[in-house]
Ligand binder design. Structure first.
Ligand SMILES: [Zn+2]
Length: 61
């Protein structure tokens, strides 16, 4: 897995708003400023966001 960080603007898969990414790594969780959704950075080149699974503190699955 690459540890490359990126700074880019990506599209929120939930509201299709712009999400500013600053020095994020793959698998990092970011929050959409438009709709507040938690988004996972699934790819950094090219950048791609997916909705993060809704979990509170259980990271088992
Ligand atoms: Zn959004």
């Amino acid at each position: 897995m690459t540890m490359q960080t990126i700074t880019a603007v990506a599209e929120c898969p939930e509201c299709f708003g712009e999400v500013e990414l600053r020095d994020v790594m793959q698998n990092e969780i970011v929050q959409c400023g438009e709709c507040g959704s938690d988004l996972e950075v699934v790819e950094v080149d090219p950048v791609s966001l997916e909705l993060a699974p809704e979990e509170d503190e259980d990271w088992g699955e």
